[in-house]
Design a protein around this ligand. Structure first.
Ligand code: AMP
Length: 421
């Protein structure tokens, strides 16, 4: 990896400003899943052990939509972190007014700043309001961007070193993820990746840029339009592309099959045909389901039947069928690199989970056979966890959106802003 990391900087006695992904699910003041806090611990402990003064910042939830709520305060995380580290963790109640708390830090101390998204300029998102003219909208957006730069400058003033360990938001150019680096660099301060970020870039970067072949990608989930650019980019890289889940029916319809009431994006039919032609041209093995578990309604108690490539009227395909599981599994388990994003069916309902779990079992064989398997965030992560096979995967990405953009071949602003070796 060419991006500099924490290992490349001296943090002793320095104020280390670190963007982490502490966007944990919280309900009634309690953290429901602390995976993200645990994921940040290696970088946090490294700074503490090397005598840095650590300032942690993150967003949590969507306070822009819901306002400030007791379930989005970073105080909950600061307390949980203190318990994990077995030492006190200080807290600053406003990320843009934390000078006193930062100044009080001693070597090895840790401070958590309040939710960065309590300031709307962190994201600086602004949609055109109904009836708002173009000029007013543009002026408002420009003013918000200026505010964003001010917030970034303030955050930068706290640190001597900037570390980004938040892969989950690396695809966003926000004040704390990207704009801040401009002000850090202006004062000659290093901007480096944390260890979690390093791991993500190494796994996803190697898979996409330098895969050990055969390289297979599995895409699923509900929407084709979410994964348009991913399909196109991967067709230039993979040996095999497997498409299952709801998105497969648009491709099946484009081939002339009946799909009944299955999910379909009719405006993507031409795109689907184009992609299948491209796969042929590039010699990529392109696999679609050859059978489905069809249901008479979208319901856990629906009547079901196994159908072939055609789904009859009055039925909808909610999972891939047994022949498809076999076909996909055989194509996947012999690969040396596998990237998976999106479930093969509505795995949340027991009757439609076999496809996803069957493919998960095949992906789990890849690592056992000396290959690399990468689960690309979001629903596929919950599916793999639910299948009990998470330990058998080489890497489970912490960023759904970010990993998808990586697979699209996009440069992530949060990564691009870091120093290169
Ligand atoms: P996505 O966010 O696009 O990755 O989609 C994930 C969702 O797709 C999951 O909640 C699945 O239940 C859903 N899904 C997968 N296969 C199907 C299908 N055949 N029909 C409808 N929804 C599906």
């Amino acid at each position: 990896m060419n991006t500099k990391t924490l290992r490349d900087v001296d943090v002793q006695g320095k104020r280390v400003l670190m963007r982490v992904d502490f966007n944990v699910p919280v309900k009634e003041g309690k953290i429901k899943d602390d995976t993200r806090i645990v994921g940040a611990l290696p970088s946090i402990q490294y700074v503490i052990e090397h005598g840095g003064r650590l300032i942690l910042m993150s967003h949590m939830g969507r306070p822009d939509e819901k306002g400030i709520t007791p379930d989005t305060t970073m105080k909950i995380v600061a307390d949980a972190l203190a318990a994990k580290l077995g030492r006190p963790v200080a807290f600053a109640a406003d990320c843009a007014a934390a000078d006193a708390e930062v100044a009080a830090l001693k070597d090895g101390d840790v401070l958590v700043l309040e939710n960065t998204r309590y300031h709307k300029e962190e994201q600086a998102k602004r949609k055109q309001k109904d009836g708002e003219d173009e000029a007013t909208f543009k002026a408002a957006k420009k003013a918000l961007k200026e505010e964003q730069r001010k917030l970034a400058e303030k955050l930068a003033s706290y640190g001597d070193v900037y570390v980004n360990d938040a892969f989950g938001t690396a695809h966003r150019a926000h004040a704390s993820t990207a704009v801040v680096t401009e002000f850090m660099k202006a004062k000659g301060a290093p901007c480096v990746a944390g260890f979690l970020m390093e791991k993500e870039i190494e796994y996803l970067g190697n898979a996409v840029e330098n895969p050990v072949r055969p390289f297979a990608a599995i895409l699923g989930g509900a929407k084709v339009s979410d994964k348009l650019a991913v399909v196109k980019n991967l067709l230039g890289k993979v040996d095999t592309l497997v498409i299952g889940g709801g998105m497969a029916y648009t491709f099946l319809k484009a081939q002339g099959h009946a799909i009944g009431g299955s999910l379909c994006e009719d405006d993507q039919l031409d795109y689907a045909r184009e992609m299948m032609a491209l796969a042929k041209e590039r010699g990529v093995q392109f696999l679609l389901p050859v059978d489905s578990v069809a249901a008479d309604k979208f319901d856990p108690e629906a009547n079901t039947q196994i159908v072939g490539e055609d789904v009859p009227d009055g039925w909808m395909g909610l999972d891939i069928g047994p022949k498809s599981i076999e076909l996909f599994s055989n194509a996947v388990k012999t690969a040396k690199t596998v990237v998976w994003n999106g479930p093969m069916g509505c795995f949340e309902m027991e009757k439609f989970a076999a496809g996803t779990f069957g493919v998960a079992a095949a992906v789990a064989e890849v690592k056992a056979n000396g290959g690399t398997s990468i689960i690309g965030g979001g629903d596929s992560v919950s599916a793999v966890k639910k299948s009990g096979l998470a330990e058998k995967m080489s890497h489970i990405s912490t960023g759904g959106g970010a990993s998808l953009e990586y697979l699209e071949g996009k440069v992530l602003p949060g990564v691009a802003a870091l120093d290169q070796k």
